[in-house]
Design a protein around this ligand. Structure first.
Ligand SMILES: [Zn+2]
Length: 75
């Protein structure tokens, strides 16, 4: 199941992994999804992945871990 919502990138609570777009809180230094250590505040939109094993969208986006992902980076 996938829920989407829009949100602005300014003053975000979360930052987005530049590799897989996984959203983490600001104190996280390493992406729990892909291990990347590079993040950006320039992201827009949220995809909430609840069941990545059975989601065609998560396969398309190379998502293996449930959680929140940014729709778009570099806005
Ligand atoms: Zn990542």
């Amino acid at each position: 199941m996938i829920k989407t919502s829009t949100s602005r990138s300014k003053k975000q609570v979360f930052k987005a992994c530049t590799n897989c777009k996984y959203l983490v809180s600001r104190d996280v230094t390493k992406c729990p999804n892909c291990g990347n250590e590079s993040f950006t505040d320039d992201w827009k939109g949220v995809i909430l992945i609840i069941d990545p094993e059975n989601s065609s969208v998560s396969k398309h986006l190379n998502i293996k871990k449930e959680g929140k992902y940014a729709l778009q980076l570099g806005v």
